[in-house]
Design a protein around this ligand. Sequence first.
Ligand code: MLT
Length: 242
Amino acid sequence: MKVDVKLSPLAAEARTHLDATVIVVDVLRASTTIITALANGARNVVPVLTPDEAATLKLRYDSANVLLGGERGGVKIQGFDLGNSPLEYTEETVSGKTIVFTSTNGTEAIRKTTSAQTVLIGAYLNLEAVARFAVELGKDVIIMCAGNQGSFALEDAACAGAFCMAISRLTSVEESDSARAARMIASSFDTVIDTFHASAHGRNLVNLGFSEDLEYCARFNTTDVIPEYYNGHLIIRQKKSH
Ligand code: MLT
């Protein structure tokens, strides 16, 4: 099995995804938030590119069952129900709801993958479950880092490296140079929190008052929920149907 890491979405050519399993990683915080929303019973999450697109889409749903979520500059968008803190996406708030969601980098990275056969959302929270499932699918794996406005983001590269390690513990892999580099980044920090504090986005979130989010995003394997991007929606991948 080949494992490649796209260190930023700009490095990802849509045509290379066709027959691969793509794992989108925006560990601070979009992918962690999406996993949390679905784990807490959200019906689905609809990733959109802009706040305007989100507001327009909301009108198509029964307003009692839809919430607008997301951020710009790390903070809740005016008029939205929720920001991008995973801690806001409690069972009480999201159970049974459709979340129309937009974030600066995460949703764009997800939308870039539409040509891929299987698109999964990964973070530390579901690392083992996603790695195991990707291995079960038996296709080559591309780990797509959301990055930061088209550029490299340290925290996503390190999380991608952790995925490379988890996958290589389960099967024999042929890693690209970027996969090896991601692995080296992951292993050069003692803890995930250290990685977050070393990253520009992690420091920015701390300055915005989101230190607790960093602690939450650093938790390993708290859920088996695997979000899959399917027909424009993120839903929980049902393993049995495969
Ligand atoms: C993003 O999509 O850029 C991030 O999730 C931003 C954030 O942490 O709010």
